[in-house]
Design a protein around this ligand. Structure first.
Ligand code: NAD
Ligand code: MN
Length: 354
């Protein structure tokens, strides 16, 4: 039987609820499609930090290296500075495994009322550069507490880094609508962006069937709010992509439904799949977290592993369950995490009976 080794890191807060929920749904789905998922659970995160002094063991990255994919919940807990939790677990995984694409598809779902009045249905993907750009490690704080105190951060854009994420976006657009929107700010003040634009144009020359449109990121944000349906693939730097993808997730109705794949397209390393939301300490432990962001991320994972049919069936089941009104409180419903999973599993099995 086809078997995939999945390293699961539930992490903190609602990750402890959404990851087990996803495991339950995925095991049911795997059974229907004749493959098996071999789970290894890693109890890393802020509770682990409190016990051991680190977010994950020293050989943590090594122990993930043999997995076919990583499924992460969320990290972060009240009382632990975010830079400690994120840089202690999430960022090292993204960088060590060269997961240079952050793939963030978002679409409007029938049955979910988004914030847009009379919005046309939309279906787009933000391709965010995930290893360099504005989130570089070069910089720091100087002269703390003095009038001269300063914070400096260097944005690092490399030809290799921009070109590879651009190629990924163009390949994706070639399979979709043939349109790429690039988020830029090439007004001559931000030095890195004319370089970004130049490389995007060079890559575009290799894809005559794909149309590239650069937008200043501020104008792009405004266009997204007014009419997201005009966009398909949006390629953006690390910071711009982070901001735009939270915006597009909110346009779809809740950050609780939006998925993310941190992908190494070369497949030399495992890719990591996680919802875009955080650990939601305000609702952790109540059993009401929306599991859809986690489960949709799991569908991206199955697609990446080559289980395309199962992945498509899972996203279809998500659409059906949401349309039928089986919703958690963030979407205006009153179901629990477990009840939404039950609804998903029954939608998946009903689908087989047909
Ligand atoms: P958050 O995403 O955890 O929560 C924001 C709001 O959305 C909260 O009101 C929360 O209840 C709600 N929400 C989020 N996910 C939900 C879900 N699945 N179902 C229902 N409601 C949901 O963001 P935050 O409050 O800014 O951050 C909390 C912690 O999470 C922080 O420590 C932060 O650093 C961390 N964080 C981690 C990641 C990650 O692991 N990738 C991402 C973002 C934030
Ligand atoms: Mn974000």
């Amino acid at each position: 039987m086809r078997t995939y080794r999945i390293a699961a890191v539930p992490g903190d807060g609602i990750g402890q609820e959404t990851v087990p929920a996803a495991v339950r749904v995925l095991d049911a789905l795997a059974g229907l499609h004749g493959f098996r998922l071999e789970w290894t659970m890693h109890p890393w995160g802020c509770a682990y930090l409190a016990r051991t002094g680190t977010m994950m063991p020293a050989d943590g990255l090594e122990s993930l290296a043999g997995a076919d994919a990583i499924l992460l919940g969320a990290v972060g807990a009240p009382g632990v500075p975010d830079h400690e939790s994120l840089w202690g677990l999430l960022i090292p995984i993204r960088r060590h495994f060269d997961q240079f694409v952050s793939l963030r598809p978002v679409r409007s779902l029938a049955g979910v009322e988004g914030p847009l009045r009379d919005g046309r249905p939309f279906d787009l993907v933000v391709v965010r550069e995930n290893t360099e750009g504005e989130y570089s490690e070069i910089g720091g704080r100087l002269y703390r507490g003095r009038p001269q105190e300063m914070a400096v951060q260097e944005a690092v854009f490399t030809r290799l880094g921009v070109e590879r994420v651009a190629r990924y976006a163009f390949e994706l657009a070639a399979k979709r609508s043939g349109r790429v929107a690039s988020a830029t700010k090439s007004n001559g003040i931000v030095h890195t962006m004319p370089f970004w634009d130049e490389i995007l144009s060079e890559v575009a020359a290799d894809y005559p069937d794909v149309e590239l449109t650069p937008y200043h990121v501020d104008a792009l944000a405004a266009h997204l709010v007014l009419d997201p349906a005009r966009f398909d693939v949006i390629v953006a730097s690390n910071l711009f992509g982070d901001i735009l993808s939270d915006l597009t997730a909110a346009l779809a109705g809740s950050i609780g439904i939006a998925p993310c794949g941190n992908i190494d397209p070369s497949r030399q390393h495992p890719s990591m799949f996680e919802p875009i939301h955080g650990s939601a300490p305000d609702i952790a432990g109540t059993g009401t977290a929306n599991p859809i962001g986690q489960i949709w991320s799991s569908s991206l994972m199955l697609d990446h592993l080559g289980e395309r049919e199962a992945a498509a069936r899972l996203t279809a089941a998500i659409g059906e369950v949401v349309r039928s009104g089986s919703l958690t409180p963030d979407l205006g419903g009153s179901l629990s995490t477990a009840q939404v999973c039950d609804a998903l599993i029954s939608a998946l099995t009903k689908d087989t009976a047909l």
